[in-house]
Design a protein around this ligand. Structure first.
Ligand SMILES: Cc1cc2nc3c(=O)[nH]c(=O)nc-3n(C[C@H](O)[C@H](O)[C@H](O)COP(=O)(O)O)c2cc1C
Length: 318
């Protein structure tokens, strides 16, 4: 079977993200994969306008697509991307997180939420694999949300992340070429993606660096203090990315580690079950908003805000 692997980048042309992504894709190609690669800078991608038509459709059990489907290139890309066995994403870090070009593209995935589309039998379930490369001019300290935010955008379409790599201290264009270890690590990303594709789905697991990050579930390096969730469940500590719940415990060596509670994966966002639960939350919270009583309250209170017109910046067109 020929596997299809797609590379998606949002970096500068011919620069670090593109080079590392190409190295990973070459490794996949060497093992017989059919490759396609895009740089999001070449496409017209509009911002999600927050119309919520897609989630309102979901609360009614209907697939309505995205309001912007015909207005930009997102749908044409998704038609190809959702037909892949694996996707490798490479994005530069801007202000500690992936560049907006990448985020803008991925934030448009909501209307393609596969847990919902599968539930209403609009699509067949497909197990996909993903791997991430984040590139930055500094160390992890200045890239603290890059891989985490990239992974957070991958859940919607079930790209199960099997490897992640943070390429650090390469601020200048093509600077990664001075580091053979970086090129090797990118090649390993490609090899790991192929290894995963050649493994039965139920046996696929994490192939990245052992002990990467705090979270043993998704390997993110970001934890938050837990708060009660919409249905009352709460954990002292949560993984910011996958939502695993647990607490910090001290190991025998005196180091802190994040230990996932027995029921701590009940909200696992990397899993279709966990996201189905979130669709229930949307149905409950957003769907529950549209009652005659609530709409009457909004109608009464909103004119105060509607009528406020603070001075804004007028742009004079030359
Ligand atoms: C607006 C801007 C913000 C940046 N912010 C960060 C940052 O917060 N942390 C970091 O490590 N690098 C930062 N960088 C450096 C880029 O991540 C770095 O140049 C990277 O190599 C770009 O990848 P590319 O060559 O694939 O385009 C920033 C660069 C720009 C242009």
């Amino acid at each position: 079977m020929t596997f299809k692997v797609m590379g998606v980048t949002a970096g500068r042309k011919d620069s670090n993200s593109e080079i590392l992504l190409k190295e990973a894709l070459l490794a996949c190609e060497k093992q017989g994969a059919e490759i396609i690669m895009i740089n999001l800078r070449d496409y017209n991608i509009m911002d999600c306008i927050g119309c919520t038509a897609c989630t309102e459709g979901m609360t009614e059990g209907k697939y309505v697509g995205c309001t912007l489907d015909k207005r930009d290139d997102k749908k044409a890309i998704m038609d190809v991307m959702l037909n892949q066995d694996a996707v490798i994403m490479a994005a530069p870090t801007y202000d500690l997180m992936p560049t907006a070009t990448f985020l803008k593209f991925m934030h448009r995935n909501l209307s393609y939420e596969s847990s919902f589309l599968e539930a209403i039998h609009a699509i067949e379930h497909r197990d996909r694999v993903g791997a991430l490369i984040a590139v930055g001019g500094s160390t992890r300290s200045w890239q603290s949300m890059s891989l985490e935010a990239m992974q957070a955008t991958c859940f919607t379409n079930d790209f199960k992340i099997v490897d992640m790599y943070l390429a650090t201290r390469v601020p200048a264009p093509k600077q990664c070429l001075l580091h053979d270890d970086m090129i090797k690590r990118a090649e390993k990303i490609g090899n790991n993606v192929m290894k995963s594709l050649n493994t039965p789905v139920e046996k696929r697991g994490w192939l990245g660096d052992e002990d990467m990050g705090w979270c043993p579930n998704c390997h993110s390096n970001a934890l938050i203090l837990g708060e009660p969730q919409w249905d009352g469940i709460s954990f002292p500590i949560e993984c910011q990315v996958c939502g695993a719940g647990g607490d910090l415990e001290k190991t025998e060596k005196g180091k802190w580690k994040f230990v996932i509670a027995e029921n701590g994966l009940c909200r696992d966002r990397t899993d279709i079950k966990g996201r189905t639960h979130h669709v229930e939350e949307i149905t409950h919270t957003q769907g529950g908003f549209y009652t005659a009583e609530n709409l009457a309250i909004v109608k009464e209170k909103f004119p105060k805000y509607k009528n406020i017109k603070f001075p804004k910046i007028e742009i004079i067109k030359k």
